[in-house]
Design a protein around this ligand. Sequence first.
Ligand SMILES: Cc1cc2nc3c(=O)[nH]c(=O)nc-3n(C[C@H](O)[C@H](O)[C@H](O)COP(=O)(O)OP(=O)(O)OC[C@H]3O[C@@H](n4cnc5c(N)ncnc54)[C@H](O)[C@@H]3O)c2cc1C
Length: 434
Amino acid sequence: MKVINDNCCTWIKQLTARDNVKSLRHDLHCDYLIIGAGYTGLSAARKLSEISKAKKIVVVDAQLAGEGGSARNSGYLVDTTLNDGFTSISDIENYKKKVKIFELGIKSIKKYIREHQVECEWNECGKFFASSLIKDRAKATSFSNLLTNLGFKNKILFNEDLKQKLGTSFYNIGVYTSGGILLNPAKLVRSMIDSLPENIDLFENSELLNWKKINKKVECVFAKNKIISDKVIFCTNGFLKSLKVKKNYSFPITLTASMTRPLTDKEFINIGSPKEWGVLPIRPMGATIRMTKDRRILIRNTAEFKNPFSMNPKNLRDRAKIHEKGIQKRFPSLPKNIIQDSWSGVVCRSGNSSQIFEKIDNNVFVAGCYNGSGIGVGTLFGEQIALMASEQQSEEISILEKRKKPNLLPPQPFLNIGIYSKLAYERFRARTEI
Ligand SMILES: Cc1cc2nc3c(=O)[nH]c(=O)nc-3n(C[C@H](O)[C@H](O)[C@H](O)COP(=O)(O)OP(=O)(O)OC[C@H]3O[C@@H](n4cnc5c(N)ncnc54)[C@H](O)[C@@H]3O)c2cc1C
């Protein structure tokens, strides 16, 4: 795994550098080994430590903890979704189970934030699903009806209302839902690192290369050392497949995003001085775009299957041009070249947008595959997989077990052909929304 555009995410750059980074330098034995230190792995570690104070718990990450998708995302803590990347809602029963999981995820984060007094720019301002195409009114209306039936407060909005709220006349139809939360994802995950209990050892820049079961233990091989653990929990999300964990059930998708500098007073007044907001696209593959508290614009409008593990600077610059176009068409009064940083990040997808939460062997567990909803769901799944690995039950686990399970992906080359064609088709359909 190569992470080569590490220093260019605004959220990460705004944090102070840590001075307690340790890498794996010797062989180890432990009771629990957690692979991946994002929301999922850190939440699993926190919960395990709560359950088993006397156990030896180790967390490893291939890069700096939290600096994968967990710090690089757009910061929407969602209660509802319209598109899961490139799949739309077809099955209401399944959707109900999904929003129940979102609800539990929000509850987990709220509890965590309350207990640890976390400051992560939390804003319960809701979110908009919007489109520039008035023909998307039918989709917006049926989504709004679904939300109303499920008890989610929402409102359909048209161009003028949207312009007033967002400061752009780009959108012609939208659904506002009041339940979503906007936050600073890097501050949230950093607090999870800082609040790790003392009985947890965290080793960073320590990539797991290989693993196998030996008798009743799991042997994990790193560049120079080994860890032998009684139990292992995989929390590597988009990197599950590369570690051959549930490899026929999920695949990585690389997203890119850019953030502008803060708008000047004049620029901000020109667009109507909107309050902080977040828009998700009605059409899959359209842009996710946010106005942050400090008047920056965040845009994410690319998703690709090609070369998921790295994004070289040239490729990233090319994606940043697409981001710039997206900002320009929404805010033509703003100057070009206001993008300050661009970055990529990896998410995990399954064929039917279902998450992975499983005991895959007596002592091997896995949680991940949340597409664009890992803030809350990752935190919830991390806590619950820790309970499962400790042979405990919970009401949440029973709910998670009832969700639709990821389906078996087709073999190659059909898988790649299928993903490329689906992405290309959705990209074409959303070409006005990028
Ligand atoms: C641009 C972007 C925008 C997004 N927007 C949103 C959003 O608005 N809302 C939302 O809820 N979600 C969003 N997501 C998705 C969200 O970021 C993820 O679902 C979430 O980060 C998953 O958390 P995680 O801990 O499971 O995985 P990650 O945060 O990806 O952490 C996995 C960790 O595993 C480590 N790892 C991988 N391989 C190895 C190995 N071999 N050895 C050791 N460690 C390894 C990685 O370095 C990484 O730190 C977005 C993602 C991106 C990239």
